[in-house]
Ligand binder design. Structure first.
Ligand code: GLN
Length: 161
């Protein structure tokens, strides 16, 4: 296995199932061993070192020095699409789909902020990050035909393998 994608869904459920199936520790071991991982939405939460608005017993794989807030943009009905400027990508803004998405509240010095979006009263909410072989987006790049975020991850995988 060259890399792992942790998809969106529901991070509480992903976490519970990973613990029940005995996958949480192997996932952490793989991450510590340097396996490249990409998490989108709930997957972003799984890769965060710190999670806000989670159940106290929610376990994560961790690895990215960031604090993520679950359901930060609001409830399911507050889901939205936005064209996000991602400086690491060539060409037009990226069509990003946010579904009851988290956002990144804060990052440590080793974290590369890949994308922010502007909301009313705020000058930059972090929605995509990278740290070493790990990447996470608050949005779902697999829901549009635009493969540039996946290509970015494939480049990272090549670099780290
Ligand atoms: N709200 C979900 C969670 O907290 C994430 C939603 C998603 O992955 N689209 O896990």
């Amino acid at each position: 296995m060259d890399a792992l994608v942790i998809p969106g869904g529901e991070s509480t459920t992903i976490s519970k199932l990973a613990v029940i199936d005995g996958l949480m520790e192997p996932l952490r071991d793989a991450r510590r061993a340097g396996l490249p991982m990409f998490g989108s939405c709930a997957g972003m939460i799984m890769l965060a070192d710190r999670v806000e608005d989670a159940r106290p017993d929610q376990e994560v794989v961790g690895g990215i020095d960031m604090t993520v807030r679950r359901n930060a943009f609001g409830r399911q009905v507050d889901s939205f699409e936005a064209d996000v400027v991602i400086p690491a990508l060539v060409g037009k803004p990226f069509p990003a789909v946010f579904i009851r998405a988290p956002w990144v509240e804060s990052v440590g010095v080793g974290v590369d902020v890949v994308a922010t979006i502007t909301r009313a009263g705020d000058d930059g909410t972090i929605v995509a990050v990278r740290q070493g072989p790990l990447m996470a987006t608050a949005f779902h790049p697999e829901l549009t035909g635009d493969a540039r975020v996946h290509e970015l991850f494939v480049e990272m995988v090549r670099k780290h393998s």
